[in-house]
Write a new protein. Structure first.
Ligand SMILES: Nc1ncnc2c1ncn2[C@@H]1O[C@H](COP(=O)(O)OP(=O)(O)OP(=O)(O)O)[C@@H](O)[C@H]1O
Ligand SMILES: [Mg+2]
Length: 262
């Protein structure tokens, strides 16, 4: 797979200034406190991985950054300029890939991939035309007309991923993007994403349960506590790219992250 990711739609927000900043964020659902006093800053162009126990509020955190939820207390900013704390600016700055692939069963793969562009006002035929060249790059050639039910789990995930990248938003929010994939596909998708981000940097918040994936892809790894979730440690990954999973320093950092999680 080639490593270039195109941004086919003119980008309204400047990447240089598009970071993410959460300050004192709390969020409860009835009696359940999902997040409490969470602070997190992702610099523009930085890849930040977030790892933490199941149910500690990782998906809630991404939904808040994406502008789909508001914190009960504290502030969330994503994007550029003085309006970065408004939910509308956060939604415009962020491309959010939810934990489940959420493809529309009645649309073929190409129609699903084109969806985010259509939501931006691009005409359906034009959106399909822009999505089509990426199918080969994502290992989906010849499946453009297949419906989600006819695709494997990994292929569905790749269609969802393609849909997320296509509008060229400066902030990528990825919730366990490779969680449903088999080990071999996951490895090649991790390599692909690392290369894509090298070729075209974006600000990335990557939620993963896979500590190895976190240190392989990220500049820093934020470690969350059990619920109520907050960031308890941040690990720097000062390794040059391209990285190799077998690099001894990466193996060491993985062990350090696991220790911080324990
Ligand atoms: N819309 C909601 N209504 C009620 N409770 C919710 C809602 N969304 C999340 N929660 C609760 O908030 C807590 C955090 O959920 P969240 O999905 O953010 O965790 P997570 O870290 O993403 O978990 P996992 O690793 O299993 O994906 C959980 O206890 C969950 O039940
Ligand atoms: Mg989750």
């Amino acid at each position: 797979m080639s490593t270039k990711v195109e941004a086919p739609v003119p980008e309204p927000l400047s990447l240089e200034r598009n970071g993410v900043e959460l300050t004192g964020v709390s969020r409860s659902f009835g009696a359940i406190t999902a997040l409490e006093g969470l602070d997190l800053r992702v610099r523009p162009g930085e890849v930040m991985a977030v790892v933490g126990p199941s149910g500690c509020g990782k998906s809630t955190l991404l939904e808040i950054v994406a502008g789909l939820q508001e914190p009960d207390a504290g502030s969330a900013r994503a994007g550029a300029g003085p309006s970065a704390s408004s939910a509308a600016t956060r939604r415009a700055a962020c491309a959010y890939m939810p934990q489940r692939d959420l493809l529309l069963p009645w649309r073929d793969a190409l129609g699903n991939a084109a969806l985010a562009l259509e939501c931006q006002g691009v005409a359906r035929a034009e959106a399909r035309r822009r999505a089509e060249p990426l199918f080969e790059r994502f290992g989906l050639a010849d499946f453009e007309r297949s419906r989600p039910a006819e695709l494997s789990g990994g292929m569905r995930q790749r269609v969802a991923f393609l849909r997320t990248l296509l509008p060229g938003r400066p902030v990528l929010l990825l919730d366990e993007p490779f969680g449903a994939l088999d080990a071999i596909t996951r490895g090649s998708m991790q390599e692909w994403l690392a290369g894509a981000l090298l070729a075209e940097p974006r600000t990335v918040l990557l939620v993963t349960h896979d500590v190895e994936e976190a240190v392989f892809l990220a500049d820093r790894v934020a470690i969350m506590s059990a619920r109520p979730g907050r960031i308890v440690a941040t690990l720097h990954v000062p390794l040059p790219r391209p990285r190799r999973l077998t690099d001894a320093r990466l193996v060491e950092l993985r062990a350090a992250a696991l220790e911080a999680l324990a």
